[in-house]
Design a protein around this ligand. Structure first.
Ligand SMILES: [Zn+2]
Length: 238
């Protein structure tokens, strides 16, 4: 009887075990910093806890020093960045670009990935978009998932947070979007804007999700958390 219970327990656990294999023993670099109201350390802590539960090897930095070395960057399978409104040197951006082109994935959310280095177009070329405005500040809006392997089984949801208005690369593959209602800026009424996308940069995969002004949004909206973590899995070098 005891062994039967054990077998049932293992069978129930199996889907989670399979899911957790994606980042098992993968090398993940977590870089956080910049604009304090985005609580990048909290984001890093939440993501670190999850990465460790997936048996990933995690290195965490509160600065861009790992970007100084291409040899260091290429040793990772995935880079998760949460750095808003900082400066990156052209050498660091070149190292990052080369590492991603050669297969290292990069992923992140909100301003941590699309408002990181306003002056560096090389970085923006990797990521595929740049934040430009959030009309009305914290507003209530709908996140609509598009058909994709990463959005399977997820439900559209409403959220009160910054609705990012972005300049995006036509080469991104949009997997979630939102529509502006023009309440604060009438001339953008009806504009459909990407909220999440995936893309390639050379051999490397890039995943981005625009919500997360407060990292707790990912705890409060389960389907947002699912998409974020699926995106991390997807972007990681296989
Ligand atoms: Zn924000």
């Amino acid at each position: 009887m005891k062994s039967l219970r054990f077998i049932i327990f293992i069978l129930l656990l199996l889907p989670y075990l399979q899911f957790s294999q994606v980042l098992n023993q993968k090398n993940v670099l977590l870089v956080w910093g910049g604009y304090e109201p985005h609580k990048p350390e909290l984001f890093s802590n939440i993501v670190e806890e999850w990465l460790l539960s997936q048996n990933a090897n995690v290195d965490i930095y509160n600065d861009l020093s790992p970007y100084d070395s291409y040899d260091k960057l290429i040793s990772y399978d995935l880079i998760i960045q949460s750095v808003t409104m900082e400066k990156i040197s052209s050498k660091q951006a070149n190292n990052l670009s080369k590492a991603v082109k050669n297969g290292v994935g990069i992923a992140g959310a909100h301003g941590g990935l699309t408002d990181s280095f306003r002056e560096n177009t090389e970085f923006q070329y990797i990521i595929g978009g740049q934040f430009v405005a959030h009309p009305g500040g914290q507003v209530d809006y709908k996140v609509i998932f598009k058909k994709d392997e990463l959005t399977e089984g997820l439900n559209n949801f409403r959220i009160k947070t910054e609705q990012y208005y972005m300049h995006v690369d036509p080469n991104i593959d949009v997997i979630a979007e939102t529509k502006f209602d023009g309440k604060f800026n009438p001339w953008i009424d009806g504009v459909v804007m990407p909220v999440a996308w995936k893309k390639k940069h050379g051999m490397g995969k890039v995943f981005y999700f625009a919500i997360g002004h407060d990292p707790m949004e990912f705890k409060q909206h389960i389907d947002a958390w699912k998409l974020l973590t699926r995106g991390f899995n997807w972007a990681s070098r296989k």
